[in-house]
Design a protein. Structure first.
Length: 161
């Protein structure tokens, strides 16, 4: 679908059309979509917000970091999860403190995405919170995610456990 048509659907389409348009724009690789995707982060529909955040990350739109940070407080755990995941894909260093706080989110999916993103960003400040998470999740799937992120950070900085 032509870019202009997709942007029009993102602005004025039905919920399903807006969500699909956001997803398509992320895959398009076209940076002309960034402005409209930033606006879509405020869409009333959670799927549109979710898709817009991920699309911005796929586009490598670092100007989206601050607006995506706000989505870590969204009422929808799905949107918070996508925000955490997107910040990791963007390797957003200024998101580290926010992602550390997200390790305490009520949603397992948000905690998992935050832990994975902290590993992708690689900031050593996340080591202790990730160790705490791994300990509290011993024997559960989230422990493995936290341990992998710890290993990624240690490897990146030439450190040892």
């Amino acid at each position: 679908m032509p870019l202009e048509k997709t942007l029009e659907l993102l602005r004025k389409g039905t919920v399903d059309q807006r969500a699909q348009a956001a997803e398509e724009l992320g895959r398009s690789g076209n940076f002309r979509a960034v402005k409209e995707l930033l606006l879509a982060l405020g869409d009333p529909d959670l799927v549109v917000r979710d898709n817009a955040a991920f699309a911005l990350a796929l586009l490598g739109a670092h100007e989206a970091v601050d607006p995506i940070l706000l989505l870590l407080n969204d009422r929808s755990h799905t949107v918070r999860k996508s925000a955490a995941k997107s910040l990791g894909l963007l390797k957003a260093g200024r998101a580290v403190d926010h992602l550390i706080r997200a390790l305490d989110d009520v949603s397992y999916l948000v905690r998992k995405s935050a832990a994975r993103s902290l590993g992708q960003i690689g900031d050593p400040r996340a080591l202790e919170p990730l160790r705490k998470l791994a300990g509290s999740e011993a024997g559960r799937p989230l422990e493995a995610v936290a341990q992998k992120s710890i290993a990624d950070i240690l490897r990146r900085h030439g450190m040892h456990a």
